[in-house]
Design a protein around this ligand. Sequence first.
Ligand code: NAP
Length: 688
Amino acid sequence: MTSTPLHLEHYLCDQWVPSLNRPQESSALLHAVHGHVVAHLNEDVVDVETAMHYARSIGNANLRVLSFQERGRMLKALALHLHKKKEDFYALSWATGATRNDSWIDIEGGIGNLFSYASLRKQFGDTPFALDGTGIPLSKEGSFVGHHILVPKQGVALHINAFNFPVWGMLEKVAVNWLAGVPAIVKPASATSYLTEAVVREIIASKILPPGAIQLICGPARNLLDHVDERDVITFTGSATTGQKLKTHPRVIANSVPFNMEADSLNSAILGPHVEPGDQEFNLFVKEVRKEMTVKCGQKCTAIRRIFVPKHLIDPVQEALISALSKTTLGDPQQEGVRMGALVNHAQKEEVLLRIAELKSEADCVYQNEASPVGASDELGAFLGPTLMRMDNPMKAIQCHEVEAFGPVSTLMPYDQLEDAIQLANMGKGSLCCSFVSHDENDVCKFVLEAAPMHGRILVLDRGCSNESTGHGSPLPLLVHGGPGRAGGGEEMGGMRGVRHYMQRTAIQGSPSMVSAITQSYQPGGHQVEANPHLFQQYFEDLTIGHTVTTAKHTVTEADIVNFANVSGDHFYAHVDETSLDGTIFTGRVAHGYYLLSKAAGLFVDPKKGPVLLNYGVESARFTKPVYPGATVGVRLTVKEKTAQEKRTPEDVAKGIVKFYVEMHDETGESVAIATILTMVKMRNQEN
Ligand code: NAP
């Protein structure tokens, strides 16, 4: 059962760095279940200054020149590689006290995050930088415009992680900074750093990342922040006490280093006031609370610490919860039937017992599973059975809203009215998430709008989503993870939102032509060059931003409007009944906006077969001026943006997405309709 202890190494400047010192008793990391030594930390002082310099000058320089598409493909390759190795990680994860299910959240959840951020590349262009929003007109004549751009920061993402998710905690963050074009230095929590180290070894072995993209510190590294500067970003996950200390480090303050903090929080679950025993929601509530108390032995930042139920239901809920918790078999996760493993180590168990004692100053312990662990011993393993506390006067409680016992511990409390439930949930002073379990839309809407300011995420759980709900405790790659106040005030992931944390947003001002050149996106009013041949006859590689087709003109007739009404079936009064226009802005029968767009296509399309494969959508169409019979319209079709596409199979046609800016104007030169159309265009070089 015991195996030779690992000797953890740092990975610095693209070298594995073993400890120069003999392993000490203090550096030993023990198996959570059986108590033997799993690994020895590398407690040598790290030359953080050199590591930071390497990350900025090598890692950053390698990553920031890659396009979002290249960085995204790199994440996908890495996710596929790690997925193949996942069983090795599961084997090691057992030492942290985790069950297979607990490890799945950590390992496959982390790899899933890499996949999600890999897919997110499709929302970005083919450039190393990103556009934020659209162009902003800043002058009357249109010769001065603005645009926000996002460029990769030129520093390093320094990740200081908590012990409870050694894999996910790293991958959920590095996926985002790599997609943004920034390298990482990862400092996992000492307690479980052997699992993080194993994953980093595979990352390095894969040779997928460029040099300098990742460095790892497997030891205390108390000098970690001594060399941060204005180019860097720090993310911290851990206790509020440590977070606050690090956030106020003089270098962080002096250099305005962004510090994203995810700290402990007193998350809650609330049973809606109109739920009754026997309702589906009653059972869903009990199941969710039990799950949150027992998964990862309650060592989850999102775990439910406070349980609020309508006063008249407190006894039935208590009974149902105790019955559910008593079915949880505790022990060695490798034994048949075991559903809950051990806390990460004895120090953590002592810590949780201390917190329970604090809670007991105002709450009663109504249940603690004290069964002996299956296949393990209480002396060697850090076991603690699920513990349910109860406090009957939560408005007066202090500890229940303050003390986080980071283990399988939660406190049951009653409330009178929905307003009280909202107030109680908010008494956590800022939480990562809460769950409101109810099928009553009025209660749900009121709760969510009043509780949202104090929460990073709210799960509304009812019969409508329960089959597919990912549950209270799961932060998801495309949703923001973080919370206000006590929860640290940070935000992670959230799809594109997360990427922006590692990029500098800069407002660019200038002429439309200059801003088009910088953004590689045509800005209205920018320089246009008449295309030759027609844009529809040019391959992807040959299309140039700003190149334009100016079409023939067409005079709109009443017959056009009548015909379009008949073809489309759109007989809206303003198009068909001239006598109905009193009180409208129209002075006559007006052409359909969709007619104008269709006519625009009729004017700008070159019908001969060519490189344009298909038109797959229209973005941001606007009808800017009414068009009446007699108006003469023409179109300018301009190349706006281009993004090359990957081939799915070697046989696939090599192609890219081209956005065209369509501007229809009338005989006065004023714009009557604008839109961006999306097309797929073949490449000349089919080897791409
Ligand atoms: P912790 O003791 O606060 O440690 C967090 C991290 O900070 C560890 O990597 C730790 O390294 C490091 N650290 C501590 N002092 C440092 C210093 N002076 N300089 C540089 N690094 C330093 O928290 P933990 O015990 O690992 O994690 C449990 C806590 O984290 C719980 O309270 C939980 O609620 C919270 N948590 C929050 C979230 C979230 O997303 N909000 C997620 C997970 C956990 P060492 O391990 O080497 O000391």
